[in-house]
Design a protein around this ligand. Sequence first.
Ligand code: TXA
Ligand code: MG
Length: 311
Amino acid sequence: MEEAVALLRAGKLVAFPTETVYGLGADAGNERAVAEIFRAKGRPRFNPLIVHTLGLDWAARVAEISPLAERLAEAFWPGPFTLVLRRREDAPLALLVSAGLDSVAIRVPAHPVARELLRRSARFVAAPSANPSGGVSPTTAAHVAEGLAGEVELVLDGGACRVGLESTVVDATGERPVLLRPGGVTREMIEQAAGPLAERQEDAAITSPGQLASHYAPALPLRLDARAVSAGEALLAFGPEPLPDSLRGAARTLNLSAAGDLTEAAARLFAMLRALDDPQFKGIAAMPVPEEGLGAAINDRLRRAAAPRPK
Ligand code: TXA
Ligand code: MG
């Protein structure tokens, strides 16, 4: 446990048991550590991750707690239950945790090992299930070690998970709860605690977060695969400096990674997109990013941000 706490605080990945499944954890306040999660899982997209913490008071530091959220939290925390809430502007969380959304998913696990890790590290811990992307969720430490050999610094072994199925996810950002992912806390239990569920809108499916209205897309037009910039454009660069002459005239340049490191680039992507999205520029030009490893997820996000917008 001591080693796990030290690793987590140092920005490394630590797998840990919860009562649902094992999680692949990183310091949720550390953009680079969160990028490592996506790299280790080989996720082709930046899906938003669940942030684990100790209770409602901690949750209130990163999210707005509506009366609906409070009722649900009181009924089901700690436990196999995750609430999607409005993210606070000043939340000390990596932007990558929400994959650019203005909401954040929070879970308060009951498992004593998870709780001890949270308490002793005094960190918010971002954690998806600790399996390679597309694989089956792990319910023992051995599953994690098999699936993510070489990708995770340490696995805390807490035995087999009691529930064995991922947490129920409920969106509580509106007037009524919306069930986003079924789990051990059932529809009936939620309605008992907080009244009737609202139907989930199909087009709001988080499976395509790039299309969500609330998903952050720059207000400025974004141009991909830029080999040159025109006057007044801002440049989202990638790769070694100095940049080629054709790319040097930008009104402002931010480099995702001068070292060409895709994990560093992923960690900076959302903050740099926001910083360049300034009406003083004509548009944003993005240099090509290689379509390998985390580059696939970065390019997916850039393509969505560049896609024609509904008027
Ligand atoms: O039981 C669990 O929930 C496990 C353990 C480790 O806590 N974690 C887990 O995480 O299953 P993951 O990343 O595999 O699933 C996260 C789910 C996804 O369905 C994701 O779309 C949803 O939560 N989610 C996360 N943030 C969201 C947000 N801001 N808005 C909507 N859905 C969100
Ligand atoms: Mg999963």
